[in-house]
Each structure stands twice: as structure tokens, then as C-alpha cells.
Design a binder for this molecule. Structure first.
Ligand SMILES: *Cc1c(COP(=O)(O)O)cnc(C)c1O
Length: 350
């Protein structure tokens, strides 16, 4: 079987050793002679999985006990409304940097006043707006660190005198950040940290308890925090997969991971910039290292390029259906060798 170079945007590539550990646990979980997917989530073996999956996040992010970590269901899309229900009393600020940000804004508008402080919508979301000031009058400020579909990424975060809330679904654990600047981080697991089916939420505890509305039990962060993310049955398999990825990340450290991601991105952007047939679609200073979007100047040849990619065992390179073109998603587990294969296909495309 020849190796497939997996550039899928999500669910996405995972380290081979993570997939192997998941396969092993499906057959025999933690020496129980039972499958991971047929044991109680209250068993001591599984409680240990959840505990470690929560504590490793804090360790990798260098967060103290003023933060809580939970694994929820409903995807990052449910966080679009859960953040709002738990944090929005009167007024919130958002940036509109892509499809996902727009969906988050839509949910917030149903519960209060929303000011969109910066938007790149009229330029097809090809840059990150930076020219705005956040004031204390807002209950929180929400941003999307990496715009998976349009290929832009925040290289830094604004000064924020209110709670800073960030959708990190597609670049979580891809680089070193001062994570203490955030008050709430959420990320669907399936892009850069595990199988689909769970969503990581990191919360600074003191931002909760400030809204007057009734929050339905399952949508209240405190419900899940108070039960160590075991209020109801968690996605046992997905959290197990996240734990394996977190161990893989912890072993290398974010500094090393960031360096590898930079090297991969530089290799591909360099080829796109120097090749007369192709061009990148995102503003250079805002380019994502995770999702690299580009087009053929002559788009009548798109199918030829996709065929050339397929011939080289490259999978998942087609751009999102809403924007077209091509997108190379290069999450942590993708190797430099796979990027080199793509670069060679681009180079040889006539
Ligand atoms: C994929 C994605 C989402 C949606 O995630 P689901 O888990 O499918 O709900 C939200 N935000 C960003 C930035 C994403 O990349």
C-alpha cells in the first residue's frame, strides 16, 4: 500500500502512532481485555484517560488552576452559542474574518448587541482586520485565530481589556502562544488534535457566573466543570484519541512543533510565490501556516492539477466548496516529505 499524503482540512491527518494506539485500545483497552468502546466511562481506567486529557492541556498551555478544561460534544459550532449564553449579558465584540466567525456572530446576535469591530468580508476574507480598539464596555471579544477556509491566521492578538474568547479549532497546539491572554479557548478536535466527536474548551473560571439568564443545564459550562467533564457520557473514543495526540505534542513541545510548521509552510508558499502559474489568495502578512489557499491563474486547468495531485497520492487538496481553488491543510501530523511531494507536483505542472 503506497503512502497517501493527507492534506484534508478536517477530519484530518493524525500521527501514525496515535492511530495505532487507538486501534490497540479498540481491541484491548488499558489491559482490561475489553474494547475502549464497550467500557463504562466511569471505570477507573477511563476516568484516568479523562483526567490526563484535561491536565495535559493545561501543562502544554502552561496554565494554572484558575483555568478549567472540559471536553464537550456538539462541535465547535455549539460553542458559537454556548459562549454567548454563558458570557453575553448586554454587548459583545467580534471580528468577522470568515465563514466560521460569521456563524458565531449570527448566534450572538440572537442574545444581545453585537459590534463587529473588524471585517474582511468585502475582500473575500483574504486578510485579518487589525485596525480596531476593544473597550471595557464589552462582556467579551471573540475572534477566530485561524480561518480554515480562507487561509488567514492571526499572527498576534489585540490588547483586550475584557474577556478574550477565541475559536482555535484549526490551529490549536500548532504554535507557541501566551495562552494566559485568553479567557476562553475552544476547538473542535478534528482539525489538529484528535478524532471528530469532541470539542476542547479551556475556560478561566472567574469569567463565569456573570449573566442573569437561565442557562440550560447541558449548555452551562459550570455543569461540566463541576463534574470533571463527566456530567454525562463523554465521547469516549474521541477523548482517548485526543489524549494520544496530546502525549505526542507534549513529547515534542510546542516550540518544536511551531518550527516544523513554519518550515512546511515556507516550503509551499515559496513555491507558490515563485511559480508563474499559481498564486496565493491570502494577504502575505496574514497567511496561515495551517491552511494554505492558492489558485491556478488559469482556472480552466483546475481538473488537470487535481489529477496530477491524485497521481502523486495527494489527497484532500481541493479548496472549500464556498471558495474554490486549492487548499493544502498542513496540520501538525503532516510531514515535510508530504509537503515536498506537493511542491514537486506544482513545480512540474506545465
Ligand atoms: C471546522 C471549524 C468549525 C466547526 O467545527 P465543528 O466541530 O464541525 O462544529 C468552527 N470553527 C473553525 C475555525 C473551524 O475550522
Amino acid at each position: 500500500m503506497s503512502k497517501i499524503h493527507n492534506f484534508s482540512a478536517g477530519p484530518a491527518i493524525l500521527p501514525q502512532e496515535v492511530i495505532q494506539s487507538c486501534a490497540d485500545a479498540i481491541l484491548n483497552f488499558a489491559g482490561t481485555n475489553l474494547s475502549l468502546i464497550e467500557v463504562s466511562h466511569r471505570s477507573k481506567e477511563y476516568v484516568a484517560v479523562m483526567d490526563e486529557a484535561r491536565s495535559l492541556v493545561k501543562r502544554i498551555m502552561k496554565l494554572d488552576d484558575s483555568y478549567e478544561v472540559v471536553y464537550l460534544q456538539g462541535g465547535a459550532s455549539t460553542q458559537f452559542l454556548m459562549t454567548v449564553m454563558n458570557l453575553l449579558e448586554t454587548k459583545a465584540a467580534y471580528t468577522n474574518t470568515g465563514t466560521w466567525a460569521k456563524k458565531a456572530i449570527k448566534e450572538a446576535k440572537a442574545f444581545g448587541t453585537v459590534d463587529v469591530l473588524g471585517s474582511s468580508e468585502d475582500q473575500n476574507f483574504n486578510f485579518i482586520p487589525k485596525d480596531y480598539t476593544i473597550t471595557e464596555e464589552y462582556d467579551y471579544f471573540h475572534c477566530t485565530s485561524n480561518n480554515t477556509i480562507c487561509g488567514t491566521q492571526m499572527q498576534s492578538f489585540p490588547d483586550c481589556p475584557t474577556s478574550l474568547v477565541c475559536d482555535m479549532s484549526s490551529d490549536i497546539f500548532s504554535r507557541q502562544l501566551n495562552f494566559t491572554q485568553f479567557d476562553l479557548i475552544y476547538a473542535g478536535a478534528q482539525k489538529n488534535m484528535g478524532p471528530a466527536g469532541t470539542t476542547l474548551v479551556v475556560i478561566k473560571k472567574n469569567i463565569l457566573g456573570k449573566v442573569s439568564r437561565y442557562i440550560p443545564t447541558m449548555l452551562d459550562y459550570n455543569t461540566h466543570i463541576s463534574k470533571d467533564s463527566m456530567f454525562n457520557t463523554p465521547s469516549v473514543f474521541a477523548v482517548y484519541g485526543c489524549l494520544q495526540t496530546l502525549k505526542w505534542i507534549d513529547k515534542q513541545g510546542l516550540q518544536h512543533i511551531e518550527k516544523a510548521n513554519t518550515e512546511k509552510a515556507d516550503l509551499l508558499y515559496n513555491e507558490i510565490d515563485n511559480n508563474p502559474l499559481f498564486e496565493g489568495t491570502a494577504a502575505i502578512e496574514d497567511r496561515s501556516k495551517m491552511n494554505i489557499t492558492f489558485v491556478l491563474k488559469d482556472d480552466s486547468r483546475n481538473d488537470d492539477f487535481l489529477n496530477a495531485c491524485a497521481d502523486a497520492n495527494i489527497s484532500g487538496i481541493k479548496g472549500h466548496r464556498s471558495v474554490g481553488g486549492f487548499r493544502a491543510s498542513m496540520y501538525n501530523a503532516l510531514g515535510l516529505d508530504s509537503v515536498q511531494v506537493l511542491v514537486n507536483v506544482i513545480k512540474n505542472f506545465k
